[in-house]
Design a protein around this ligand. Sequence first.
Ligand code: GUN
Length: 284
Amino acid sequence: MMTAQLIDGKLISAQIKEEAAKEAAQIKAKGVNPCLVVVLVGNDSASQVYVNNKKKACEAVGIRSVSYELGADTTEEELLHLVAQLNADEAVHGILVQMPLPMQINEEKVILAIDAKKDVDCFHPMNVGLLHTGGNGFLPCTPAGIIELIKRSGHTIQGQNCVIIGRSNIVGKPVAMLLMQENGTVTICHSKTRNLAEVCLGADIIVSATGKVNTVTADMVKAGAVVIDVGMNRNEAGKLCGDVDFDKVKEIAGAITPVPGGVGPMTIAMLMKNCLVAAKMQNN
Ligand code: GUN
């Protein structure tokens, strides 16, 4: 029995960060010091880990990072005030407000308040709209990371049947747009989709982003398919796992991403690229 190619997100993200480091050096040689501000509100433990990883990546690439860690009782007004201050600060090129936010703060309002030119998450409706009309500038980090994983591990997207499971604003919808721009034939499935297994069996590429363990099982995967797992879940034993039944699916798929070490590291690598896009955009 054949076992799938393991798509190594750690390795590919390291390559992208190396490329970004070279580009950061070129930008600095022109007198611009790329700078990302990360804002964390409250004490969500997963968010703290993500924010630390973002800071470490900035350091490795040569991007200045500044972080604000605000209390869980921060008001919406206080956060909007900080965002306005960062928007006005010419030394700040990228602003990232870590989600989720405490419930007294309206996330949509905060995203709208961030200057679209500094929106390195690509969450602002202006950037989401630009993405849909062909795009220029920022790419959504996790979706762009998925495209890089597929291409850099030697797979083509053009003409392939791509099935996405999940329709979130952060992953499902934007990854559909990017796969379509790469000339894939895209189907988006979700919790109300009938015959999910049947739809998936027609896929050359499956992207699962539901946040549910065992969303993709071996009976849903065509022999040789590329399987990208965006899930970050805990199973009953408390172990970190993705959406895909990895041990069984890897015996059928042609290529598969592990969790951890697949999509996760790519999100941060693509964020670094967006920070450089922002620094260039604001200096020409
Ligand atoms: N929370 C989980 N993922 C992300 C992300 O990519 N960006 C932000 N801002 N918050 C997140």
